[in-house]
Design a protein around this ligand. Structure first.
Ligand SMILES: [Zn+2]
Length: 332
């Protein structure tokens, strides 16, 4: 018998059962191997589990990182939005205060324009005035709030950048409007002053017929003197009129003289702004005083026959640079 039949304490016998009808098989293995195989299996499974756990931990931390960075991105976006909203709010506040100051300036300009309008209405809208008022407004066509304005079109959503752009544009427009208002505020008073000056010099030119009657009894120039019968110079025109008829100022001006003497009788001299003087002689009544400011066409006295006169009439003279000139070309 071989020693194999003897039990070996270091070896173990594994009995492998096969299909029915087949003989069972004996496999002899060393004891340590029997222990080592499952141990290795357990160890490798544990390793697998540990590595799987490690992997999943890594995946989780990666996901966490991603989430966190995404959160940060969202926070950044939200803070961007908040900043944009704040910027827009500030824009709106600034625009609203600018619009308020614009309104105040518009009101001031409207007041000035109103003054100009009243002035034009008061003195009649002559061509000169129309030109002047047109000058004040420049060539720009003014928008009137009652003008019909067509609106419509499709709705297109706007991005906040566009709104900021719009706000910036509006601010620019406000600046332009402010500049326009500056110009108007400067121009309107100048125009008013110019209109007043023009009106003053127009009204200061003797052109108003000085009494009711249009009957000329003596012209300007050389004539036979009605008293002496000798050739003499007549320094004005004589208008035959009824005693007591009103005498009108031929132009606006200041009463230089309101007096009486043997030659002129009761008489008035008006100094006009353009440098001319008008004289009114032989009055029965003087209704103004020296230093009075007289409007064109204002009644200043009454027709009479005082002084060197043969009957009720108005002697009317115009003096330019100290010399009498023919008044007829001036009168209407
Ligand atoms: Zn005369």
């Amino acid at each position: 018998m071989r020693s194999a039949t003897l039990p070996n304490p270091n070896r173990m016998t594994l009995l492998v059962l096969r299909e029915a009808g087949q003989p069972a098989k004996q496999v002899q293995m060393s004891k340590p191997l029997i222990v080592a195989v499952p141990l290795i299996a357990i160890l490798s499974i544990s390793g697998l589990i540990v590595s799987l756990q490690l992997q999943s931990t890594q995946t989780i931390s990666r996901l966490e990182d991603q989430l966190q960075s995404q959160n940060l991105r969202f926070e950044a976006i939200v803070s961007d939005k908040n900043a944009a909203i704040e910027r827009l709010q500030n824009e709106v506040i600034s625009l609203s205060s600018q619009s308020q100051s614009m309104m105040n300036r518009m009101e001031r300009v409207a007041e000035l324009e109103d003054q100009l309008q009243k002035f034009i209405e008061k003195y009649g809208e002559s061509d000169a005035m129309r030109n002047l008022s047109a000058l004040s407004l420049g060539e720009a066509e003014l928008y009137h709030p009652d003008d019909p304005v067509g609106v419509g079109g499709e709705f297109i959503a706007v991005h906040e950048n566009e709104i900021e752009q719009l706000a910036a544009q509006t601010r620019d427009q406000f600046q332009e409007m402010n500049a326009m208002l500056d110009e108007m505020e400067k121009n309107v008073p100048l125009t008013l002053k110019k209109a007043k000056q023009t009106q003053f010099s127009l009204s200061g030119t003797p052109s108003e017929w000085p009494t009711l009657s249009k009957r000329l009894t003596s012209n300007f120039g050389y004539r036979t003197d009605p008293f002496s019968g000798r050739a003499s110079f007549h320094a004005g025109i004589d208008i035959g009129a009824k005693q007591g008829d009103p005498v009108y100022a031929a132009a606006a001006g200041e009463v230089l003289t309101a007096a009486q003497d043997n030659s002129h009788g009761k008489y008035i001299v008006i100094q006009h702004p353009g440098g001319l003087q008008s004289w009114y002689l032989h009055l029965s009544k003087v209704s103004v005083s020296e230093g009075d400011f007289i409007k064109k066409g204002q009644t200043i006295g009454k027709v009479g026959s005082t002084g060197r006169s043969t009957g009720p009439h108005l002697h009317f003279e115009i003096v330019k640079n100290g010399k009498t000139i023919d008044p007829l070309p001036y009168l209407q």
